[in-house]
Ligand binder design. Structure first.
Ligand code: M6R
Length: 611
């Protein structure tokens, strides 16, 4: 969380930084600020979005060719002007921005208070900054040296950018656990949390590694480790177009990303799923097939929407490969001392590849000898890099805070994985293997059919926009989709929603049912169809309002439901890739009807890089 941008070069830094912060706003948006180096240091910061900062800086002196900027997701200290970054050190000689958490800040703060330091904010960042300043004064050393000494003492995660009056032509940066990309231009450098602020200026980038310090000047980039040894920067070419991070005529990124799904799933399958040849080619799996197929068990770790994709994968892998699968919330798995044995396979699912809980869970499982397979969207991200092997979802940059196209990308990868493993293991017949490949191949076209006309979904959104609660129910492969539908509605529209296995309803949630409660059933034609029809009857008998996601042409459900959304017919194992789409749209349109900021819902951030 938190987006950081830095610029050094011939251009005016402020417009580059503000544009970059807008691109990173999905990472956090409770306050924003910039520090510019122009002789001295000028700091402007404001609670609210980047647009509020822009308004605040009208008429101010914004000149400077070196600058750093920040868009915040609060951890230490409420969102406010004084807690916004950048922070200035007590002497006013250093300005710093930070993404991450300094866990031992309280102890360091006490030591600094005892020495007479004062603090204007409640942040851990201001503590680290003054700690660096204190070291610099005591050791009469450079900022870089002081930073190196400070970081050896610091516990936690950070990506920091520092500018100083002592270093007229440099930005000093460091990372551990929070991402940092440096774009290399001609006589200029760009620093950012991800490549989106950089892409329009240069495609040559360096991903800074953990425990590295970067000294960035107009014409020079020096990378060092914490032992002060110079590291060779690995320059990579960005495979991303500017259009991918713009709205492209849609009102919101979320809507654009929902509508992109036929294409993104197609991109994910392209060159990998070859039903005509009876083959699935995925090098990350091909190169480790024995390890995967012979795993005594598979543990899937993820958070949020990615965790829901993991639940679908559990059902698929157990059915097709007959390997026991557990699905764990990364945040629980990392702390509860789980049993992990050598040979266990851990599948980490993450859109951003930067989710702190998932990353730490993987690191500890890796230390215990597990084989780590990453299913990640963001190319070159931390999780992709620490995994032994993996498969990218190729969904393109996902900017809307609500995960949509990344989810269908994850499902597509996990389905191919389960199919490939099951076929190699001999736990599915070749007929079923080929049939499922063909069904998966038909998904992009069927997604297009759903997206062709969304009027019915928009009307349903208008009808239910004032609901206070929602219940989402599903069975089998559609149970995780019920959970995902509830999560989407909560985060986008702020309506309280719960997802449950439909049969579990009678063990508690049915007590909620009354004539004002919309109950959404994900009830496509599958093995459980008759059972879920009975569950619908149970809700109707108690006067609940039934909304169904049903298979095209299902007249029985049409008669039974107050409202209905259709998806094309498909094998039940592949159905989640379709049944989730109407739920994404429903949340989007309800959010819009309620006047919510759907791309930047309150309190959320896209990449949760803190615990
Ligand atoms: O980047 P990740 O997939 O690791 O992120 C996991 C969750 O934070 C994410 O899915 C979150 O739940 C989304 N806001 C859901 O829309």
């Amino acid at each position: 969380m938190c987006g950081i941008v830095g610029y050094i070069g011939e251009r005016e830094a402020y417009p580059v930084i503000v544009k970059g912060l807008k691109r990173l706003e999905y990472r956090g948006y409770d306050s924003a600020g910039v520090a510019l180096r122009d002789g001295g240091l000028k700091v402007y910061k404001k609670q609210g979005k980047v647009a509020d900062l822009e308004e605040y800086t009208v008429g101010k002196d914004l000149h400077g060719h070196i600058g750093i900027g920040h868009t915040r997701w609060a951890t230490h200290g409420e969102p406010s002007d004084r807690n916004a970054h950048p922070h200035l050190s007590n002497s006013g000689n250093l300005a710093m921005i930070h993404n991450g958490i300094i866990e031992n800040y309280a102890q360091i703060k006490q030591e600094l208070v005892n020495k007479g330091y004062t603090f204007k904010s409640d942040t851990d960042t201001e503590v680290l900054l003054n700690f660096i300043e204190d070291i610099q004064i005591n050791n009469t050393c450079s900022v870089e040296e002081a930073l190196r000494i400070a970081l050896k003492r610091v516990v936690g995660a950070y990506c920091i950018l520092l500018i100083s009056t002592d270093e007229p032509d440099a930005i000093i940066a460091a990372r551990k656990g929070s991402p940092l990309v440096i774009g290399i231009g001609k006589g200029e450098h760009f620093l950012a949390s991800d490549a989106s602020p950089i892409i329009e200026y240069t495609k040559e980038v360096v991903y800074v590694n953990d425990y590295e310090i970067a000294i960035v000047r107009r014409n020079e980039l020096i990378l060092k480790n914490l032992g002060n040894e110079v590291q060779t920067p690995f320059i990579q070419k960005l495979d991303m177009e500017l259009a991918a991070i713009e709205k492209g005529g849609y009102e919101h990124f979320m809507l654009k990303e929902i509508h992109e799904q036929a294409e993104t799933v197609h991109d994910c399958l392209r060159g990998r799923l070859l039903p005509d040849q009876g083959k699935i080619i995925m090098s990350g799996i091909d190169n480790h097939l024995d390890t995967l197929v012979n795993a005594p068990r598979i543990v899937i770790v993820a958070c949020g929407t990615s965790w829901h994709a993991g639940l679908v994968a559990e059902y698929m892998i157990e059915e097709l490969c007959r390997i026991p699968v557990e699905v764990e919330y990364a945040s629980e798995f990392r702390y509860r001392n789980p049993v992990v044995n050598k040979g266990d396979v851990i599948i980490a699912i993450s859109q951003s590849g930067e989710t702190a809980d998932t990353m730490v869970a993987l690191e500890s499982a890796k230390e215990k000898g597990a084989f780590i397979f990453g299913v990640v969207n963001a190319v070159g991200s931390s999780i992709a890099r620490i995994s032994h092997a993996g498969a990218y979802t190729h969904s393109g940059p996902e900017i809307g805070v609500a995960s949509t196209k990344a989810f269908t990308g994850q499902l597509a990868v996990l389905t191919m994985m389960a199919l490939k493993m099951g076929y190699a293991k001999g736990t599915i017949t070749s007929e079923r293997y080929i049939h499922l490949m063909q069904e998966l191949h038909s998904v992009p076209e069927k997604i297009n059919e759903i997206l062709k006309d969304t009027t019915a979904i928009q009307n349903i959104a208008t009808k239910y926009k004032d609901a206070e609660d929602f219940l989402f129910l599903g069975r089998g492969y559609n149970f995780p989709i019920a959970l995902e539908g509830a999560l989407k509605l909560k985060e986008i529209s702020y309506i309280h929603a719960e997802g449950y296995p439909a049969a579990e309803m009678k063990h508690g949630p049915i007590a909620l049912v009354e004539d004002t409660l919309p109950v959404l059933f994900v009830a496509t034609k599958d093995t459980y169809y008759e059972k879920i029809v009975s569950n619908i009857q149970e809700i109707k008998a108690r006067k609940g309002m039934v909304i169904s996601v049903a298979t095209e042409g299902d007249s029985l459900l049409e008669d039974m439901s107050n409202d209905i959304m259709y998806v094309p017919e498909i094998d039940e194992l592949i159905a989640p890739l379709l049944s989730v789409i109407p739920l994404q749209l429903l949340s989007y349109y309800i959010g819009i009807e309620r006047g919510c900021d759907v791309d930047k819902p309150r309190n959320l951030a896209k990449s949760v890089t803190v615990e």
